[in-house]
Design a protein around this ligand. Structure first.
Ligand SMILES: [Zn+2]
Length: 348
């Protein structure tokens, strides 16, 4: 397990923080530099969290624990809410607890996948990590949330899809284990956006037509004049266009594929292409996106045929095969083909 996947993934990609670190506003550049520094440290560190109880087996109930890091960088911090405990006074703690539960519910109730490893793995989260920390991450063992600097980014527990995105990296780590660079890395990022958005849609009971298809809506603070989220699956490249944040660099189709060596070969950039394919499929099929569209993506991730270095076209062909295997060669398979064709990825 876990030969390829990142043991560390942040929701705010490095290309955003690197730009902010160059800001003329010292408050902004300082928060961004500090976040990049802490990210670099955490990337090589390992959580010292409590070891997961062995052989607990799958369960229909999550086993959540939320810790308070107390604005320090030691993990996991003080245990403040365990499974079944009543809500506490700190809304951040309660949001993290609820977000872990919403993610568990999507995977368990819709796909019969118990926790992120499919075997009932306990879900751990630490909130109030560091001071003014502009990120949230999955470190291979647990979720960690910053409070944000309050100007550019708010509390990272606010968008439930951010929690779903990060935990879905754990799901990928335990299933298709897509290598975290180039196209397989962009697929890894995209799968986290897909399931992150599905966590939100399932929690809110929204159909594909009703959903906003944004990642990180509600996260951007008052210093961002023109931005709604970190990414848009509906219209990649339109989530923000702002003096401070810059412009959302995501392409929607292969015609605008970005060749870059930064960000592990643009894993948070070119993920816009498979993201948009999923969006097009979900809207074409209608109804709830987690049902047929989500099931096809889930089947690909857990089917055992995808290689760890899969490129977009291999993934696309796998979704066609998964649609055919589960639903026959009817409207689902045709909709999958149509979606990939629309973003310029060969699927046949
Ligand atoms: Zn990610």
């Amino acid at each position: 397990m876990n030969q390829h996947s990142p043991a560390f993934c942040t929701i705010v990609p490095p290309h955003v923080l690197e730009r902010l670190a160059e800001s003329d506003d010292p408050a902004i550049s300082e928060a961004a530099r500090r976040t990049l520094l802490v990210d670099a440290t955490q990337r090589t560190a390992r959580a010292q969290g409590p070891a997961a109880p062995a052989d607990a087996g799958p369960s229909d109930r999550p086993r959540r624990t939320v810790h308070d890091a107390g604005n320090r960088t030691e993990l996991p911090g003080d245990r403040v809410r365990g499974e079944g405990d009543a809500a506490v006074r700190d809304a951040t703690v309660n949001r993290a607890y609820a977000g872990l539960g919403a993610t568990f519910d999507l995977f368990a109730k819709v796909y019969g996948h118990h926790s992120i490893d499919g075997a009932g793995m306990p879900l751990l989260a630490s909130v109030h990590f560091d001071e003014k920390y502009d990120n949230a991450f999955w470190n291979g063992e647990q979720m960690v949330f910053g409070d944000g600097d309050g100007e550019l980014f708010l509390d990272f527990t606010l968008p439930v899809d951010v929690i779903g995105h990060e935990l879905a990296h754990g799901f990928t780590q335990h299933t298709a284990d897509l290598a975290y660079y180039g196209q397989s890395g962009a697929l890894n990022e995209s799968v986290s956006d897909v399931f992150g958005s599905l966590v939100k849609q399932y929690a809110l009971g929204q159909t594909a037509a009703q959903a906003d298809w944004l990642i990180g809506a509600g996260l951007l603070g008052p210093a961002v004049d023109n931005g709604v989220a970190l990414r848009s699956m509906k219209e990649p490249g339109t989530a923000y266009d702002d003096d401070v944040l810059g412009k959302d660099p995501q392409p929607a189709t292969m015609a605008d594929y970005v060749r870059t060596s930064s960000d592990n070969g643009g894993v948070h950039i070119n993920s816009g292409i498979p993201n948009h394919a999923f969006y097009l499929l979900a809207v074409e099929l209608g109804g709830n996106a987690w049902e047929r569209a989500g099931q096809i993506w889930y089947d690909v991730m857990t089917g055992g045929t995808l290689t760890g270095e899969a490129r977009f076209s291999e993934f696309a062909r796998a979704t066609v095969a998964a649609a055919k295997a589960r639903y026959g060669d009817g409207e689902e398979m045709q909709a999958v083909l149509k979606a990939w064709t629309a973003v310029g990825v060969p699927a046949e």
